[in-house]
Design a protein around this ligand. Structure first.
Ligand code: AMP
Length: 544
C-alpha cells in the first residue's frame, strides 16, 4: 500500500474525537493491508516503528530530522527550526515546508508503507562510524519523496508521537472488529505475544489461530504491575492473600533455553551483558527451560542498598566486571510464566508459585500467606526494618496479567504519593541558571497521546540540572520564547501534595506542589502513569 493512503487515513483519524468512530475507521482499514503490511501499519498507527519488545530502536533525534528536512527543502536548518517553533507542531511545520518546495521541484518516487518500514529497519541496524551519516541520507531520501501530507506523518513517526489518538486500547478494539474475533481473545493473545501487529495477523487467520498463542522464549513479556492499596481492602476482597517483601531494585525477566540465558529489564531491553553475575546465579539454580519474573537488588553486608546502585549496573555497557565487584546484586524471583514448553500465565498464582518453588529452589522471594490483617501488618514492619520498600499483596487466584496494573497485586509502602510522568517540555532557567532548563513540563498517557498535568522545578539540585540539560539537549523539538518542547522519551518520578481539577492543563488535572524525586531511567513512555490513574487518585483523595 502506498504511504499516501496511510497518511490520509491518519488525517481522517486526527479529525475524529469519538473512540467508537476511531475504532470503526481503523477496523475498516485494517483488512485492506497485505500480510506483510498489516503488522507494520498496526504499529505505525500507534506511533511506533517497532513493537515494544523488539531490540531494534530507530535512534533518530530531532536534530537529524531538521537537517534532513532542510536539505530537502533547500532551507537552512535555522529556518526549519523557526517554522517548527512558530507552529509548535513539527509535523505541520515540515508539511508546510515541503509544500513550498514542491512548487519548484516534482516528486520522484512513490513511497510504499512497507518500503518505509524496511528503511527504518536498516536505520535501526546501522551502527558505529558513519551510521549518523547513513541515517541522515536515508531520511533525506524519504522526505525527498514525500508529498506534504506524507511528510507530516513521517516527521511525527520519527519523533515518536503521531497525535491521532490510537493507543493500545483502541487498536485492540479495532483488530477485534476488523476480523470478527472476541476482544478478550485479542487481549489475551497480546499478553502472550506483546506485539499487536502480530496479533492482527493471527486475528485475520481467525479465532482458533488466536487462541493457540503461546509465550515464546527470548521474546520478553510485559510485566504485571501493581496498584496502591491497603491490607484491609485486600483481605476483605480475597481472604487469604500472599504477601512478599517489596524489594527496591529493578524488575527483570529471566529466560532460559538449554544453555542459553537472557535477562530483560522492565523496559524489555536485553541487559544480559550488564548482569553476568545475576545470570550465573540463576543459571546455576535451574535446570529447565523457563521464564522467571523477579526483582534484583543491590546489597552490602546483607542489607539492601538504594535503587540507584542497581540502575548503575543495569546501564553498564563497558567495564562491566569492575562494577560487578563493586556492586553486588541479588535476584529475588516471585513468578514463573513459562516452564518446559508450557505457558503458565493462565494458571492461578497459587499454582504458579508451586511450580516456581519446584523449578528453582533458590532465590525465591519468601512468602507469607495470611488473612489476618495484624499478621500482615507485622510482616510489613519486618520488611521495612530489613530495609525494603514495603510489601506486595497478591491475590492467590489471579492469573498473570502482562502489562496490567490491576488490583490483583497491591503495593503497601509508607511514602507519599508519587507519579511517573513523561517530560514533554521545559522552560529555560533564570539568572545563573539561564543556560539550563529550569522547570519541566510533565504529561500522563492517554490513548496514544500525552496530556500535560503540571510543571516541576522544585527538588532539582544544581548538579541534577546540569545532568538533565545534557540529557534533554538533543531531544529539543521546538522552542517558543522561554519554552521548549521535547521528543517524549524521559520519565520523571514526581511527588505532589494533592491532585486538583484544573482547566490549565489538557489532562484536566494539575499537581499541587510537584517535587522532582528521581529520573526513572528504567521506565519508558509506555510505563508512565495514565490519565486513568490520575483521575482515580483524584477520586480517592482524602478530602473527597
Ligand atoms: P511500583 O514500581 O511502585 O509500581 O511497584 C511495583 C514494582 O515493585 C514492580 O514492578 C517490581 O519492580 C517491584 N517489586 C518489588 N518486589 C516485588 C514483589 N515481591 N512482587 C512484585 N513486584 C515487586
Amino acid at each position: 500500500m502506498r504511504f499516501i493512503e496511510f497518511a490520509e487515513l491518519c488525517e481522517r483519524l486526527e479529525a475524529l474525537s469519538g473512540r467508537l468512530e476511531m475504532i470503526t475507521v481503523v477496523s475498516e482499514a485494517l483488512p485492506k493491508f497485505s500480510e506483510e503490511e498489516l503488522p507494520v501499519v498496526v504499529n505505525f498507527l500507534m506511533g511506533r516503528v517497532f513493537p515494544d519488545w523488539s531490540p531494534l530502536k530507530l535512534g533518530i533525534g530531532p536534530n537529524l530530522l531538521y537537517e534532513a528536512v532542510a536539505y530537502v527543502t533547500g532551507d537552512t536548518k535555522e529556518r526549519v527550526i523557526e517554522e517548527i517553533n512558530r507552529r509548535g507542531d513539527a509535523g505541520r511545520a515540515v508539511e508546510h515546508l515541503i509544500a513550498n518546495k514542491e512548487q519548484t521541484s516534482f516528486f520522484v518516487q512513490e513511497l510504499e508503507v512497507f518500503e518505509i518500514y524496511r528503511e527504518f529497519e536498516r536505520i535501526a541496524r546501522s551502527e558505529g562510524k558513519g551510521s549518523q551519516r547513513s541515517k541522515l541520507l536515508a531520511i533525506r531520501r524519504l522526505f525527498g519523496n514525500s508529498r506534504p501530507i506524507e511528510a507530516r506523518y513521517l516527521a511525527r513517526l520519527l519523533l515518536g508521537e503521531l497525535r491521532i489518538g490510537i493507543g493500545e486500547g483502541n487498536m485492540r478494539g479495532a483488530i477485534a472488529k476488523a476480523f470478527g474475533v472476541p476482544s478478550e481473545q485479542v487481549e489475551h493473545a497480546y499478553q502472550a505475544r506483546n506485539d499487536l501487529g502480530q496479533v492482527a495477523v493471527l486475528a485475520r487467520m481467525g479465532a482458533s489461530a488466536l487462541s493457540k498463542v503461546q509465550i515464546e522464549l527470548f521474546r520478553p513479556v510485559k510485566m504485571m504491575l501493581a496498584q496502591q492499596g491497603t491490607i484491609q481492602e485486600m483481605v476483605k476482597e480475597h481472604g487469604v492473600v500472599a504477601a512478599e517483601y517489596k524489594y527496591d531494585g529493578s524488575r527483570f525477566q529471566f529466560h532460559r533455553s538449554g544453555k542459553e540465558f537472557r535477562i530483560y529489564s522492565r523496559r524489555l531491553e536485553d541487559v544480559t551483558k550488564a548482569l553476568p553475575d545475576v545470570v550465573k546465579r540463576l543459571a546455576a539454580a535451574t535446570t529447565t527451560d523457563l521464564i522467571l519474573d523477579g526483582e534484583v537488588i543491590a546489597v552490602r553486608e546483607g542489607r539492601p542498598r538504594p535503587f540507584q546502585f542497581v540502575l548503575q549496573r543495569f546501564r553498564r555497557k563497558h567495564e562491566v566486571s569492575s562494577y560487578v565487584e563493586e556492586i553486588e546484586l541479588v535476584p529475588y524471583v516471585f513468578d514463573i510464566l513459562f516452564l518446559e514448553g508450557e505457558t503458565l500465565i493462565d494458571l492461578p498464582f497459587s499454582e504458579r508459585r508451586r511450580r516456581l518453588e519446584q523449578a528453582i529452589p533458590a532465590y525465591v522471594a519468601p512468602q507469607l500467606q495470611s488473612s489476618d490483617p495484624e499478621e500482615l501488618e507485622e510482616f510489613y514492619h519486618r520488611a521495612l526494618d530489613a530495609g525494603h520498600e514495603g510489601i506486595m499483596l497478591k491475590d492467590l487466584e489471579s492469573t498473570y496479567m502482562p502489562g496490567v496494573r490491576g488490583k490483583r497485586w497491591v503495593k503497601i509502602k509508607p511514602e507519599v504519593d508519587t507519579l511517573d510522568l513523561v517530560v514533554i517540555g521545559a522552560e529555560w532557567g533564570e539568572g545563573r541558571r539561564a543556560h539550563l532548563f529550569g522547570s519541566f513540563l510533565l504529561a500522563c498517557r492517554s490513548e496514544g497521546k500525552l496530556l500535560p498535568v503540571g510543571k516541576v522545578a522544585t527538588g532539582i539540585s544544581d548538579e541534577d540540572l546540569a545532568d538533565l540539560y545534557a540529557l534533554f539537549k538533543d531531544l529539543v523539538v521546538s522552542e517558543a520564547g522561554k519554552e521548549v518542547a521535547f521528543k517524549p522519551e524521559v520519565v520523571f518520578e514526581v511527588g505532589y501534595s494533592e491532585i486538583q481539577k484544573s482547566p490549565n492543563y489538557e489532562s484536566g488535572y494539575a499537581l499541587r506542589f510537584p517535587r522532582f524525586i528521581r529520573l526513572r531511567a528504567d521506565k519508558g513512555v509506555e510505563d508512565a502513569d495514565s490519565l486513568e490513574t490520575i483521575s482515580l487518585r483524584f477520586q480517592q483523595r482524602p478530602s473527597a
